[in-house]
Ligand binder design. Structure first.
Ligand SMILES: C[S@@+](CC[C@H](N)C(=O)[O-])C[C@H]1O[C@@H](n2cnc3c(N)ncnc32)[C@H](O)[C@@H]1O
Length: 184
């Protein structure tokens, strides 16, 4: 990952390469099953949405992103799964977007810095919208190991403050994976 070039760093974090390691990591770790209801926060171009949808049968995955452009791309990329009802995507921030009425089994975010910041409204919402026993997975890749570690520390603290039981999964030095479970 380029360290001193903000544009290159941004491009790498938004890479649309379907085999980018962050997507592999997420697919290896997420506890997916055919009937689950899954939420992705900050779905970007929708690559993970398609990978998750390929593991679902009766379930569905809702992607949200505050960028209308990203949501349009995500819907285009996953047009077949959208038609089949396995992928939905909506524009809006996690604080405000319509998340529907039913609870989610699993929520995840890849490279969404929000959760290491002051995300009180967003984490309260996620805590309410995950079913008891449901889990939130936060994947993060950083230019240097210290940034990944800082993300893991801050996100863990924020999740604990919102009543999640937190685990930090082993990951490569420049990556972090923080899991918050809603008590069952
Ligand atoms: C670095 S990109 C990562 C996109 C995608 N997850 C990936 O790995 O390719 C972060 C995305 O999160 C979205 N985002 C950031 N904060 C958000 C929020 N509060 N609510 C919804 N989307 C958000 C941005 O619009 C952006 O598309």
């Amino acid at each position: 990952m380029p360290r001193d070039n903000p544009k290159a760093l941004h491009d790498a974090r938004m890479s649309t390469d379907p085999v980018a390691p962050r997507f592999h990591q997420a697919m290896e770790v997420l506890p997916l099953a055919p009937a689950l209801r899954v939420l992705e926060v900050g779905c970007g171009h929708g690559i993970a949405l398609g990978l998750v949808a390929s593991r679902l049968r009766d379930g569905c995955v809702l992607g949200i992103d505050r960028s209308e452009k990203m949501v349009a791309q995500a819907l285009r990329r996953n047009a077949d799964a959208v038609l089949g009802g396995r992928v939905l995507a909506r524009t809006g921030t996690l604080a405000e977007v319509d998340l529907g009425r039913e609870a989610f089994d699993v929520a995840f975010a890849i490279n969404v810095s929000l959760f290491a910041d002051d995300a009180n409204v967003e984490l309260s919402r996620l805590r309410e919208r995950l079913r008891p026993g449901g889990s939130l997975f936060l994947f993060h890749e950083a230019p240097v190991a210290a940034h990944a570690k800082r993300f893991a520390t801050q996100a863990s603290r924020n999740l604990e403050a919102h009543g999640f039981t937190v685990r930090v999964l082993p990951a490569a030095p420049s990556r972090a994976c923080v899991v918050g479970q809603v008590p069952g």
